[in-house]
Ligand binder design. Structure first.
Ligand SMILES: O=C[C@H](O)[C@H](O)[C@H](O)COP(=O)(O)O
Length: 237
C-alpha cells in the first residue's frame, strides 16, 4: 500500500469520531487534505458540521469539497481538530509546520476540546528532532532573533544548522500570516517542553512547531493496520 493510501486510511479512521453538529478544526497538509475530502463527502450526504481551516490552502480545499466554514471569532470552541504532523513522540508531543501552517494550526488546536493527529506510521519517532524544527519569525530584526534562538538552543542542550525556508522558486517562503520560517536541524530534542518554553519567550518568534500537550490521540496507519494511541496525561500538561 502506498503512503497516500495510508494517509487516507488514518483520515477515514478519524472521521469515525465526528458526530452531527460538531465544530471542527481542519488541519493542513497532505494527510489533513484527505480528511477534508472525506468530510466533504459526508457533508454532501447530509452530515451537519462546521469547520475552521488552519490555512488558506485548507480553506480552498474545504470550499471545493463543500464543507461549511466559520472562524474562531464567530464560535467559542471547537469539538475536535484533525490535523497531520511531521513527527509524533510517545507522549504525543509533535513537530508540525512542514507545510508552514504551524501558527494557525496551534491556535486552532488550542481552541479544541480534542486534537486527533492523523499520519502514516513513518511519523512515529522515539524522540523528536529528526525533522527540522520550524520556527515562525518576524522578518524585522532577524539577526537578533536568530542569536536569541541559538542561545535558547544552547541552554536547552541542542544545536544545529538553521536556515530561512525558501519556496521551490527560490524566494523566501512567506506564511499565511506574512512571516518567515527558520528550519532548525536539531537531530534530537531531549526536552521538547523545555525548548518550547524557551522559544516562546523570544521577541521576534511568532510561534514554533513544537506542539506540547495538545494532541489527545494519534491515528497511525501502517502496513500492518491502524494503531490509535491515546494521550496518557490530561490536555495541557
Ligand atoms: O504546516 C503543516 C502541517 O503542520 C502539517 O500538518 C504537517 O507538515 C504534516 O503534513 P503532511 O500530512 O503533508 O505530512
Amino acid at each position: 500500500m502506498d503512503m497516500d493510501q495510508l494517509k487516507r486510511q488514518a483520515a477515514a479512521r478519524a472521521l469515525e469520531e465526528v458526530r452531527d453538529g460538531m465544530q471542527l478544526g481542519l488541519g493542513t497538509g497532505s494527510t489533513a487534505k484527505h480528511f477534508v475530502e472525506l468530510l466533504g463527502a459526508r457533508v454532501a450526504a447530509g452530515l451537519n458540521v462546521i469547520g475552521v481551516p488552519t490555512s488558506e490552502a485548507t480553506r480552498a480545499d474545504a470550499e471545493r469539497c463543500g464543507v461549511p466554514l466559520t472562524t474562531l471569532d464567530e464560535i467559542d470552541h471547537l469539538d475536535i481538530t484533525v490535523d497531520g504532523a511531521d513527527e509524533i513522540d510517545p507522549d504525543l508531543n509533535l513537530i508540525k509546520g512542514g507545510g508552514g501552517a504551524l501558527l494557525r494550526e496551534k491556535i486552532v488546536a488550542a481552541a479544541s476540546d480534542r486534537m486527533i493527529v492523523i499520519a502514516d506510521d513513518t511519523k512515529w519517532v522515539p524522540t523528536l528532532g529528526r525533522f527540522p524544527l520550524p520556527i515562525e519569525v518576524i522578518p524585522f530584526g532577524l539577526g537578533a532573533t536568530r542569536r536569541a534562538i541559538e542561545k535558547a538552543f544552547a541552554q536547552c542542550g541542542v544545536s544545529g544548522q538553521m536556515a530561512v525556508r525558501r519556496a521551490k522558486d527560490g524566494h523566501v517562503f512567506v506564511t499565511d500570516g506574512g512571516h518567515w520560517i527558520l528550519d532548525a536541524q536539531l537531530g534530537r530534542i531531549a526536552d521538547p517542553a523545555g525548548l518550547a518554553k524557551a522559544l516562546s519567550v523570544i521577541p521576534g518568534v511568532v510561534e514554533h512547531g513544537l506542539f506540547i500537550g495538545l494532541a489527545s490521540s494519534a491515528v497511525l496507519a501502517g502496513g500492518e493496520g491502524i494503531r490509535v494511541i491515546e494521550r496518557r496525561k490530561p490536555k495541557g500538561d
